[in-house]
Each structure stands twice: as C-alpha cells, then as structure tokens.
Write a protein that binds this ligand. Structure first.
Ligand code: BGC
Length: 514
C-alpha cells in the first residue's frame, strides 16, 4: 500500500499483548480514508466517459470529433488516436508521479494529516478548473492539480489507515482502499451515463469530483495525527493519548513501546533508498518495488478502464450503449474486489494471481481473435458480437479485480522489512503511476497501429507476469511480517541473495527471544 516513510509496529516484539476495541474514532478514520479511495476511483472512471462525449470533443478536440463523424478512410481503430486527447488522461498520472516525492517528504516531516489536507485542496482546485475550463490549457492544468491530489492522497491515506488500524485487521483495511477505489470508478460511470446527453454534461461529470475532495478536506480537519507520526516527530505524550483513544483502552503500553522502538530503528536508517539496492534486498526490490506495480499496469486493465467507452464506440456501439457497457464492466471490478476481500486470506495470493492470470490471457486472445475476424474498414459490429465482447471484457475485469488490482498493492505492502519499508513503498507508488501514465499515453496510438494485435501484446505481458509469479513469488498468506524473510531463505531462486551472516543473526535473535 502507498506510503511515504512510516513507522509500523505491526509484528512488533510485543504484538501478542496489544489490546484494542473497534472505536468510533477508528471508524471515522476509516471513512475518511475510504473517501481517499473513492477520489482516486472517481477520477479513474470519469475520464474515459468524458473523452468519448461528443460535446466535450467538439469543444476541445475538434479534430477527433470531426474524424469520428466523418468515418475517415483510415480503419476505425484510429478514430480516437490523438496525442492531446491522451495527454488529457495521462497528464494526471505524470503529475501524480512527480508529486509522490514531495508527498513522501511532507508525510514524514509534517505528518499524515498535512498531506491529506494538501491532497484534498489540490484535488478540489483541479476539479473546479476542469468544470469551468474554457480552453485546453485550463483542462490540462486542472488535470495536473488533480494528479497532485492523487499523488498526495494515494501516498498518505492508505498509510494513515494502516497506522490507525489494529494490527489484526490491517489486511482487511488495506483491501478496503481498493474496494472504495472501484466503487468510485463505478459511481463515475453512472454520473457519465446521466450527463452525457447534455451539452454541458461533461462539466458536471468533471466538477462532481469536488464532492469527495470537499468531504476529505473537512474530514481531514477533524482527524487526529496518527500515533506513529507523532512518535516519529518526538511528540510522545500526544502519541500515547491518540493511541489510547483510537484503541479505546488505556492498556496500550505494549503497542506504544513497539512504536517507539520501531521509530528508533527507522531513524537509524540513514539511506533507505540505498539500502533497498543492497543485494540482500533484491527479492523485495524486484518483486515488490518494480515487478508487481509495473506488471499491474501492463495487464492493460487501465486501457480498458480509461478507454472502454471509446473502444466500444470505435466498435460501432452508440454513445449511450458504450457508456452502459462500461458501467457493466466496472461493476465487475467492484465484484472482483469483494471476492478478493472475502477469499484472499483463505485461498492465498498465488492462487488468485495464477488462476486469474490464465483467465485474463484467454480473454485477451478472445478479444483479439474476434476483432481480427469481424472488425475494420468502418463496418460496425453485429449486436451478437458486441454483446460477446462486453461479456469477455467483463470477465477480464472481474479477473483483474480479484487479483492484480488489490494484490498489486497488498503484496508489496507485506514484503518489505522495516529498514526498506518507507523507500520501498514510495517506489511502489512511483512505478505504478509511471506505468499508469505510459499506458494512458500509448494505448490509443498502439490501438491505431497494432489494431487487434494490441490485445495480443497485453496477453503476452500477462503470460510473462503469470510465469513471474509462478516462479518467483512465495506465498505470503498469513505469514507474519517479521517472518517474511524466511520465505526468501527457503526459496529455490532467492535463497542465493540471502546473506549467510544475516541468516545467522536472525537465528540468534530468535533463540534469544525463546
Ligand atoms: C490500480 C488502478 C486501477 C484500479 C482498478 C488499482 O489497484 O492501481 O490502476 O485502475 O485498481 O481497479
């Protein structure tokens, strides 16, 4: 999960003595965090619909609008290929990527609450600028402000949540962020369906993003700083008080001591990024910081999400049918998140990655073959084939929604040891945003040039990532965080990277504890 430098007492030496109740204070923090997810999701969902609305295209992307109306000689795959149009979508993620570096600094030095407030304000301003945009510049600057909001929000809100949650329910809380992201996407689709007919409807779609931002800002004003952050800043007394309130008991000694120790250990690490590059951290670097966040985006999921209405229109669906089809597909995303929440701790991470990976490859091949046989030269698809494609894309989304979607954040968050956790989590967010932006920028031009072949390219990537998981990711289900290192030591490939001295030290430490 996203995070910029944090002190985590999870799995601390005294974990078995932690006491807690689920308090209103904690529930309040969860609700505010949920708003952070829906903010991210609303934006993910709204841009695809807006970029396929005629009134929006007429006003800002006349070229695209004209091409769409005229049915140019070029194949239909190219109808929407316009780098400025894609910049509208991707600018947000480039801005988010850059702002995660600043967010990480603010989160660490000024606290989690400060970052939540900055994120909400920036997102709010971006939404206003977009809703009242008179020209392309206003639109793109607005998108960048939204991006800064998402950079701060994604970095901090999930972190705030994990720090406030009692250790025993932290996994479920982590998944909650994904659930609210998918709900945000789903709601955005309904909004687009309602507004797309009206000439100014797109303004409402973009402007409604102010609502979650406003709620998050107001919620943020009343939020307490996390105990972890207060301890990190040396405000021990306050930290203890907040911990007592949030846990609903004064018996927080064990957890508080672990927090202080974790904070000291984290402070002792002078160069967390350099630490991450050390040989002994190679498994976490390759799997957690680079592989999983990049692969999550290379599934092609966001191309479907950003451009589903555009794809369906390119395929000859009417504008309203295209938006409804994308509502069905995003509904599958919510269902996927629910399935994952319910079963991932029972069935394991690998099982979901592998079975869903197989399903996603089949879906991509089915889309490519269907298009290769039935599509091109300006001829609209028959109704039957259109419905078949909606079903296949929904199955693909359902598979992503229970595997790479939630696990793309959950697995990295469980494999970094304390000394590289903050640096590792910052890299997860950056790599994820970088690949989100690249896919947003490159998808339509690739669709134009590679035609149905683009879906085979995604299928190929999914095959590679499924093999990557099969050979390189050990099962982390129900493994306490402090024992994750044993997984690498016993792994057929990663064991060569585990320092012998390190292993000895760990055994000695275990013996001392016994
Ligand atoms: C991903 C997003 C994606 C969303 C959809 C998230 O986990 O990071 O890129 O759009 O899931 O479910």
């Amino acid at each position: 999960m996203a995070g910029g430098g944090f002190v985590d007492a999870q799995g601390g030496a005294r974990a078995e003595y932690y006491e807690y109740n689920i308090t209103w204070y904690f529930i309040f923090a969860t609700v505010v965090a949920a708003l952070g997810g829906s903010l991210f999701g609303y934006d993910l969902g709204v841009s695809g619909g807006v970029t396929s609305m005629d009134h929006f295209l007429k006003e800002f992307f006349h070229e695209v609008y004209k091409r769409k109306q005229e049915h140019l000689k070029e194949t239909d795959y190219c109808k929407y290929d316009n780098q400025l149009l894609t910049l509208f979508t991707s600018s947000l993620y480039f801005a988010a990527l850059l702002s995660t570096f600043v967010a990480s600094h603010v989160t660490r030095n000024k606290g989690r609450r400060a970052s939540i407030l900055v994120g909400a304000v920036s997102f709010f301003l971006g939404a206003i600028l977009n809703a009242f945009a008179q020209n392309l510049a206003m639109l793109i600057i607005g998108r960048c402000l939204l991006g800064v909001g998402i950079g701060f929000g994604n970095q901090t809100v999930p972190l705030y949540l994990s720090e406030m949650a009692p250790a025993k329910v932290r996994g479920a809380v982590n998944q909650l962020f994904q659930l609210t992201t998918t709900l945000g996407i789903f709601i955005a689709n309904f909004v687009n369906n309602a507004t797309e007919k009206h000439p100014k409807g797109w303004r409402l779609s973009l402007g409604l993003a102010t609502i979650p931002a406003l709620l998050m800002f107001v919620g943020g004003l009343f939020l307490p700083e996390t105990p972890n952050s207060l301890v990190e800043q040396g405000r021990l007394e306050e930290g203890r008080k907040v911990l007592e309130r949030v846990r609903g008991t004064t018996k927080v000694e064990a957890e508080f001591q672990d927090l202080i120790e974790a904070s000291e250990a984290a402070k002792a690490i002078k160069h967390p990024f350099r630490n991450l590059l050390k040989r002994k951290n190679r498994p976490q670097l390759v799997i957690g910081a680079l592989g999983i966040p990049a692969f999550q985006q290379l599934t092609g999921m966001n191309s479907v999400l950003f451009y589903a209405p555009v794809i369906f229109q390119s395929l000859g669906f009417g504008s309203a049918a295209a938006l409804w089809s994308s509502t069905i597909t995003t509904g599958s995303l919510v269902l996927g998140a629910l399935i994952s929440m319910a079963l991932v701790d029972k069935l394991g991470r690998r099982a979901f990655f592998l079975e869903a990976g197989f399903e996603m490859i089949c879906c991509m091949v089915a889309v490519a073959v269907t298009l290769a046989l039935n599509f091109g030269q300006g001829v609209a698809l028959s109704k039957g084939i259109g419905i078949f494609l909606v079903v296949i894309i929904s199955l693909f989304v359902l598979a992503f929604g229970r595997s790479w979607g939630p696990l793309g954040w959950l697995v990295p968050s469980e494999i970094f040891p304390l000394e590289t956790r903050s640096a590792g989590q910052s890299m997860v967010v950056c790599v994820n945003m970088l690949f989100t932006a690249l896919i947003a920028q490159c998808f339509l031009v690739s669709l134009c040039h590679l035609r149905y072949g683009i879906f085979l390219v995604f299928g190929g990537f999914i095959l590679i990532m499924t093999l990557f998981i099969y050979f390189l990711l050990p099962e982390t289900k129900q493994v306490p965080i402090e024992e994750i290192h044993l997984l690498w030591q016993n792994h057929w490939f990663w064991k060569r990277y585990c320092d012998h001295d390190d292993q000895l030290q760990q055994v000695e430490r275990k013996l001392e504890q016994v």
